[in-house]
Ligand binder design. Structure first.
Ligand code: GLY
Ligand code: MN
Ligand code: MN
Length: 441
């Protein structure tokens, strides 16, 4: 199934390291190297210095350390406490690794150290050095004056794993007044928007595992079942198929809570006659997917629930029909003719009414979609249109609290090499009839 979907998207199939279905996968070293080389071309003589989070900085309370998205994108390196240097002209790349800490490795397991002669081969870097050497390597590489250093500088004064270690450069102790800093985030975001074959494989794996979760949920929803049970079931189903964690806080909201966008308490018991929104999906080998289905708790939509459901579905279809590679945008604009949001909003606002005879547009309270990749709301440059290799959601919704009636239908899409839209979630029940049928099985 995965290969069938992917064959629509990529011309050639690439080998993924770690073929075992349930192990964390990593792409070939050459893929990460190609991204570093592509970034170097964009930096026009500049130098990138990027730090991975330390064990303490990474979001590790529940699921353990997770690498920073940009750092992983450029290195394929899962471990904390490393640094990356790319000097664009002449091209130099160095991965800096921490020296062994025997005490810490008793807690976190054995680590690759910079002294390992195999380190370049294992990591795919031209050069691997000790983190202690980062200052001396920079002194060798940075032109003086007028060095341009790219990094993750943190928007609006925020700190990032790179801002602390870069203070010595910022203060000018080593390069007085000669270093100008630029934020690397936008350059990396533009690269991350177009997924390569290996990334499409990870996203497809996340999607297929999460589709199993949604199908299992549809079969298990009944009056009296708790939202938490459905959330737990879904996490089990995608975890069993190799996902290391949820791609975002799972939302299973029934009745009034079907209308609450970021409801993640999942603490209610589902009632006969209510509707339930399930926005739940897993992350597979660092890559997210994002899927929502809406179902009637007792297995049959009421006439009103079905009416609203069909408007949401038709709004999504309208956006799909309007899609043009190289032109369409996800921007939440009601005036830009290229905005797919406008297409979906206009459909919703001209079909159906609320209990007061008012149009339904005001109940579509979020954007139509977003890029998906290493992050569920993936890095992007919103000014750029949707192009070949991009992956995103289309997720219209109508939320009417007065009627305890929320409907969201969220599917995953990719733009194929032929410029056509490919629905990655096409195996999942989607129409009202298909949802009812899947629940009856
Ligand atoms: N699950 C997050 C979103 O739909 O954007
Ligand atoms: Mn989404
Ligand atoms: Mn979602």
């Amino acid at each position: 199934m995965g290969i069938r979907k992917l064959s629509l998207l990529v011309c050639s199939w690439i080998v993924i390291c770690g073929i075992c279905a349930n192990a964390t996968e990593r792409q070939n070293n050459a893929d990460y190297h190609a991204r570093r080389a592509a970034l170097a071309k964009q930096m026009e003589g500049g130098t990138l210095i990027l730090f991975a989070p330390t064990e303490a900085e990474g979001p590790n309370n529940l699921y353990g350390f997770r690498q920073d998205d940009d750092f992983f994108y450029l290195t394929g390196w899962f471990e904390p406490g490393a640094a990356l240097l790319i000097h664009s002209n002449p091209y130099v790349e160095i991965l800096f690794l921490a020296e062994h800490n025997v005490t810490q490795e008793k807690w976190t397991g054995p680590k690759l150290g910079p002294e390992d002669p195999q380190a370049p081969q294992k990591t795919g870097f031209d050069k691997v050095e000790s983190l202690d050497k980062i200052h001396s390597e920079l002194l060798k590489l940075l032109p003086q004056p007028r060095a341009v250093v790219y990094s993750d500088l943190g928007a609006n004064g925020q700190t990032t794993p790179s801002t602390g270690p870069l203070e010595w450069l910022r203060r000018g102790n080593s390069f007085p007044n000669y270093v100008s800093f630029r934020d690397a985030k936008t350059l990396i975001a533009r690269l991350r928007m177009v997924k390569d074959a290996g990334e499409l494989h990870m996203i497809t794996s996340a999607t297929e595992a999460s589709e199993f979760a949604h199908r299992a949920a549809l079969k298990s929803i009944h009056p009296g079942v708790s939202e938490r049970e459905i959330s737990a079931l879904m996490q089990y189903e995608f975890g069993k198929r190799g996902c290391e964690r949820p791609a975002y806080a799972p939302i299973v909201g029934s009745g009034f809570y079907s209308t609450v966008l970021h409801y993640s308490a999942d603490s209610g018991v589902m009632q006969d006659g209510d509707i339930v929104v399930m926005d739940v999906a897993g992350e597979y080998s660092m890559y997210a997917t994002d899927i929502t289905r809406t179902a009637p708790v007792n297995g049959r939509f009421t006439a009103r629930q079905r009416e609203i459901y069909n408007i949401v579905l038709a709004a999504q279809e309208a956006a799909m029909q309007a899609f043009q590679a190289g032109k369409s945008k996800l921007a939440t604009s009601r005036t830009d003719a290229d905005s797919l949001y406008k297409v979906a909003f206009d459909y919703i606002n001209t079909h159906g009414k609320d209990l007061h005879g008012e149009p339904l547009g005001k109940y579509f309270i979020h954007g139509l979609g977003h890029h998906v990749g290493l992050n569920v709301h993936d890095a992007n440059d919103p000014a750029l249109p949707l192009e070949k290799g991009m992956v995103f959601t289309l997720e219209p919704g109508i939320y009417i609290p007065e009627e305890k009636l929320g409907v969201r239908i969220e599917d995953m899409f990719a733009v194929g090499q032929d410029g056509k839209l490919v629905m990655l979630t096409h195996d999942l029940p989607r129409t009202a009839d298909e949802v009812e049928k899947a629940m009856a099985k």
